[in-house]
Design a protein around this ligand. Sequence first.
Ligand SMILES: NC(=O)C[C@H](N)C(=O)O
Length: 307
Amino acid sequence: MKPVILVHGGAGTKVKDEAHLQLILEGVKNAAREGYKILTSENRSVIDAVEVAVKIMELNEVFNAGRGSVLNADGEVEMDASIMVGSDLSAGAVTVVRNIEHPISLARLVMEKTDHVLLAGDGAERFAREHGVPFLPAGSLITDRRKKLWEQEKVSAKISNPEVCGETVGALAIDELGHLAAATSTGGRAKKLVGRSSDTCMIGSGTYADDNLGAVSTTGHGETVAKFCLAHAIIRDLENGKNAQQATTDCIKRMTERLNNTAGAITLSKAGEVGIGFSTEHMSWAYIKNNELRYGATLNDNNVDVL
Ligand SMILES: NC(=O)C[C@H](N)C(=O)O
């Protein structure tokens, strides 16, 4: 089995101009490269690879995760993340967490240090403190760009257009032995109600991994993704014999038709096949397989860098 790392930088990104597109593409390529380094290093582990890839994007302000997350109705950052290991289906997630740099690492701590799957808000933050997770001063994750957008949107009564609140991040990996892992992290939807949880923290909607079938990370309009259990719908299609690309394309299409809203997903099958699908105009993605880095932001893109 060839190791593969596959990442996305969110469906629904409103690409402003060429310079913005390049920042997004550099962001997903960099995350894929760093994840692949871990995946192919001596002490390789799929869980480390997806965590590192997501952490890199949580630090990158261009994405809606960690620093650079969108702001809720009160103008604050509340974040969600989840992670899953395909060998034994262990999973961890956090929701409505504030002032920590890496929600994905906290989700991993929930997976590894508790017998729970999901911790929320104050309880998740108390658990983080007890495990020595550093806290940032309040407001540190708010960027000027998000603040400006929030101020513009504040004057409009309508709910945020899902096309303008993309940039959630996710990563999948498979190693030489066929072990899979998946991770997803988000600031959610702009102007969301305080305390709102997203699909991203829901195992089966935002994230899923099972060595017997495949791994999925989703992005897009969270309520739609959650109602459709998009990640697990794709897994079921894999189980029914579809390949990674067919399963991803078909589920996104069924979800979009049924619920009249948009989303995107990346999929790795247990054979290491890649699936990329979205019903938004853009979703950035990158993957490394066979020493080639492939990346893009539209369905027709097929850019290749040889490593
Ligand atoms: N763009 C996103 O993926 C946002 C995320 N799914 C949410 O609804 O919170």
